[in-house]
Design a protein around this ligand. Sequence first.
Ligand code: BGC
Length: 756
Amino acid sequence: MATDIKKLVAEMTLEEKASLCGGNDFWHLKAVERLGIPAVMVSDGPHGLRKQAEGGDHLGINDSIIAVCFPAACATAASFDKELIGKMGETIGDECQAENLSVVLGPAVNIKRSPLCGRNFEYFSEDPYLAGEMAASYINGVQSRHIGTSIKHFALNNQEYFRMSNDSRASERTIREIYLPAFETAVKKAQPKTVMCSYNKINGTYASDNEWLLTKVLRDDWGFEGYVMTDWGAVDDRVQGIRAGLELEMPGNTAENDAKIVAAVKDGSLDEALVDRAVERILTVVYDYIDNKVSGVVFDRDKDHEKAAAVEAECAVLLENNGVLPLAGDKSVVYIGEYAEKPRYQGGGSSHINSSKVTSALEAAKAKGRSVDYVKGFPFDKDEENEEELAKAVEAARTHDVAVIFAGLPDNFESEGYDRADMDMPKCQNKLIAAVAAANPNTVVVLHNGSPVEAPWADDVAAILEMYLGGQGVGTATDELLYGEKNPCGHLAETFPLRVQDNPSYLNFNTDPEICNYAEGVYVGYRYYDKKAMPVRWAFGRGLSYTTFRIDNICLSADSMDDDSCVEVSVDVTNTGDRAGKEVVQLYVSDLNGTPDRPVKELKGFDKVALEPGETKTVTMTVDARSLSYYEERLGDWFAPSGKYGILVGDASDNITACAELSFTTKKVVPLRIDGSVTIGELLANAATAPVVQQMMKAAAEQSPIMSEGADLGDGGKMMEAMMRFMPLKSLKSFGMMDDAKLEGLMAVLKQALGR
Ligand code: BGC
């Protein structure tokens, strides 16, 4: 029977209630023994468990239990597979049940604003739609096991530089369109039990004090029902936090703040009902776990290791291939680079897993009896040139049919806590790849990295396979993909720019310790490169396969839509090659109305489909008014102007193969401000106010020679026309056409025409 939370709260003293609003130690909430309330435990995540010993330090990585490291979010996002990540979530939920963990701290959904963010490996994408869908599926998977999740870091925490204090400054449109939708989708589709607020400020207010963020947006707009906890040490003003909608302070050491809550209630500056509300929200989640505790679940590490390897095989992205892959069994192959033996498969910091075992590609190849030789070439953990190793690698490349270089970023190149200074791979690796590629045209590069790298050798090698940080089974997956036992089917969840300088945030990234200016607005990732028609190394959505696909026959269930309806878009996907494979179908929407300041296209749907050779399947995706909309600040709402929209379907953002047009009508109207600054042009463009202005101008033209020239906007000189179009009402006074009284009168008539 479910515990009666309200009754429990009613029985508590003010001091007990305040104490429950803070953690007991690094990983536990507080208990109230008198009432039988237990101290439940939470743990990092998100791609495996980092359950630490009592009193464990959150950045110490060695004292966590032995667990299973699944691919990090940089990899799982590239699967574009909601079902897959949902199943991974179920497994992690089961592991939590077995280990008595009530909440896993993830998923992390911050947008990859810059490729340099040290924590990008833990985040899903540069695209909010993709990040939101993947997060929702992960959460639904974990929570199906009655384990809570903590979607993080809410919000606008997109770099590590001064991450605990920096003020992220962005327009509301940018925030709503780019930085919040991943959280919004997750809340609406999966109700995470908890949300973790970030360290930083948002437009001047710490996330932990931010009522707009934690209550207006999260609860009132989206309907969040769980509780908000701080990131570890993110609390600012504890009492304001309670008012703002922050329920739990983490980690421990909260006695002083608990006392402040009590004092504020006693002196009347904090309503006790708000404390009750916070405790009720926390206990609802605690007891959802307690009341549904499943006993007898076993954390089978070997079995989950296999699952981790299977997930990774669905994530890896084949970026280039001239046909050298898959490797034929009769070819002599040399693996070069220490990652072949010691793969980099996870990132550093709070998500670090103490892995039960790690399978390398070399080990996997040996286990299968493949004829593979190995040359170290360069070290896995530093940028250190070694001429002897280089010479050996080149020689081995010459004497084998195929050279596979296992390259990537050493651990200390990217991590939680600091950002990268550039997008370079270690110099020793770039040099070796160039030398080996010159020695053998059949050179393949396998990458192990958490975020994009510059690849100056990209055009000189025969194939590139991006494994990302693929979890502890990465070697098995690499082996299966290289040898064609499995067919690569990941697609990029982020753009690889040619150079770091091309990234839209470049001029505003890590330039100021206090302020992070999101000056590029909504133009993040492909939204920017598309708009600038800028060449990139690999576009968002790209992913090759050992087979080929065709996407065609686009069909809309209706060719028009309004605010309340939606349209089903279907396409046929055919496997035109000779192997089974999976295609990622991507749907983008494009405003065709010349609406200023909109990206060329935006992802609004995707699906992954498995096809046998020659097989065709129909994929259906849904488009609604929100899919077409931008956030209109003047309306305080999502808005798409009536007009035409392109529906674009393809298998990469730069490979659209099926297009259709959709008409849309909306009843929403962007309010026209009526004050001295409104221009003649704006008033003429509005059907309600145009007749009033035309009338006014006609009358004015009879009196003023300036106006008579400008009144005829159609035929008048271009300059005069522009002058009038951009003339604010207040300026009419300067030309003797108005005085204060007349202007007041005109504005009253205009308001009347607008029904105000
Ligand atoms: C990180 C969180 C993490 C927490 C607990 C913080 O430093 O930002 O992502 O969950 O520590 O380890």
